[in-house]
Design a protein around this ligand. Structure first.
Ligand SMILES: [Zn+2]
Length: 467
């Protein structure tokens, strides 16, 4: 009963807030236009360009009065499509370092023929915005751009510290220049800041669409890529032999499929389960509470690990993502390889993962290699300076909804900033059910209301940070 009451209070509050703000917020149409423009400019690596998004943003910033000194377009040499843009609202007598608002503007490829709707058209349907990047990460990019423009034009806005917005390329794919990395190496002064707000967390909705917890990302798993490779002398396919590179690789890959890495419930995840469990209720909620109490509770862990979202945060995972083998239809394969995408817990080294894979495969003819190694970063502290405004704004928009710290299973550009000494927090205030957005996948979407509520949330905290 108490839970039901909590839910309904939260819902009513949200609905009321959104209705009134829709009626009284003339800026919403302008924001929507920015968002639509951004989603509709294809910035995928195969067919698109980040620089086109950058130029559109630049035009808007210039029209709003940003000067040469305040807007910088940074295009890496020889990579005309990998553009980034940084804009700054300068404080008069800043006593503190600025705050960085970071969003990436590149998206994952999207094939029109696979999608139900055109991926590069913003389509509003049944309470959702559909389109590639509609959630990841053009939702935040559009919110930040819209906010910078409005604050610049607001006469009475006198920030006590600089506000810096960076819209960057190359977050999603390694065949592009990563904008954050590039800026840190070449133009650090443009984005140097006290801390950064980034993608990585929003809010959790129940199956019925009720807000359960506002999430703040503090730390993330590290993406390492491995390959399993088998080589073989091969031969004529009319003379098959039992030792076949493809069969051997298939067996090794199958062993990875049944490999479960050791459980590591870290403090952030444990706290997340403690806060979220009672709100979520049911079997999953009870399992969360049990693991929060005792991280070795195997039965509860097994329940949680049935859900891909929770399985992802309690241990390292490795999954086969690509396969490649053979050189001719009429030849025995000389080479076969599987690519593994591993999401590694902070504190676990790439070599430890390699060793676990080798042990599980137990075949010396299968060569396990680290194809792409990434530096890990340690989780940022949830300071009062950062969390104070979050708590205040959350209390206004989602009273009684707890704030849950989150370790993200995916990787963001936060790792570059954190390695460079800039604490980075993932928060959008955009609520969704687990996996609902299907970011990187087909028919990516975001709840219309979540986008607008997130916009209100981000504006609230940015104004507070700017004081
Ligand atoms: Zn993203």
């Amino acid at each position: 009963m108490k839970k039901a009451l909590l839910y309904s209070i939260a819902l009513v509050t949200c609905a009321t807030a959104s209705l009134s703000s829709a009626d009284t917020d003339p800026g919403r149409a302008a924001f929507r236009a920015i968002y639509q423009e951004m989603v509709e400019i294809d910035s995928s690596p195969t067919t698109g360009s980040c620089t086109k998004v950058v130029r559109a943003a630049e035009t808007r910033l210039r029209a709003a009065g940003f000067t040469d000194e305040e807007v910088h377009v940074v295009i890496p040499e020889g990579r005309p499509d990998d553009g980034n843009i940084v804009a700054r609202i300068r404080a008069k007598n800043a006593k503190k370092k600025g705050v960085l608002l970071l969003a990436h503007i590149d998206v994952v490829d999207a094939k029109r023929e696979d999608w139900e709707r055109d991926p590069f058209k913003l389509i509003e349907e049944n309470g959702y915005f559909y389109g590639r990047g509609s959630a990841d990460d053009k939702a935040m990019a559009a919110v930040f751009l819209d906010l910078m423009i409005r604050l610049k034009q607001e006469r009475n806005f006198k920030p006590g510290r600089d506000l810096i917005m960076a819209l960057t390329c190359g977050e999603e794919t390694s065949n592009r220049v990563n904008g954050v990395d590039h800026l840190l190496k070449n133009r650090r002064e443009l984005i140097d800041s006290a801390f950064a707000i980034n993608e990585g967390a929003g809010g959790l909705l129940s199956d019925e669409g009720k807000p359960l917890a506002l999430q703040v990302q503090a730390g993330e798993k590290i993406h390492q890529v491995y390959s399993l490779e088998v080589t073989n002398p091969g031969g004529h396919s009319s003379r098959p032999v039992p030792d076949n590179a493809i069969y051997r690789l298939a067996a090794a890959t199958q062993k990875v499929a049944s490999l479960s890495f050791p459980i590591q419930v870290n403090p952030v995840v444990r706290e997340y389960f403690r806060v979220t469990g009672p709100m979520l209720g049911g079997e999953t909620g009870a399992a969360m509470s049990a693991v929060a109490k005792n991280p070795d509770d195997q039965a509860a862990l097994a329940t949680l690990m049935k859900d891909p979202s929770y399985n992802a945060v309690v241990h390292t995972t490795c999954v086969a993502t690509q396969i490649d083998g053979g050189h001719a239809p009429n030849a025995l394969p000389q080479r076969a390889a599987t690519t593994l995408s591993c999401r590694v817990m902070q504190g676990t080294t790439p070599e430890q993962v390699k060793e676990t894979l080798e042990k599980a495969i137990a075949d010396p003819q299968v060569k396990v290699s680290i194809v792409r190694r990434r530096d890990g970063s340690s989780p940022p502290q949830l300071t009062d300076e950062v969390m104070g405004p979050v708590k205040k704004q959350a209390a206004k928009q989602w009273p009684d909804v707890p704030i849950a710290p989150l370790m993200s299973a995916g990787a963001t550009d936060g790792r570059f900033l954190m390695n460079a000494g800039i604490p980075t927090y993932g928060m959008s205030g955009m609520f969704a059910k687990p996996g609902e957005a299907n970011a990187h996948g087909l028919n990516e979407k975001i709840r219309t209301q979540s986008l607008y509520d997130g916009r209100t949330f981000l504006e609230g905290i940015v104004r507070a940070y700017a004081k």
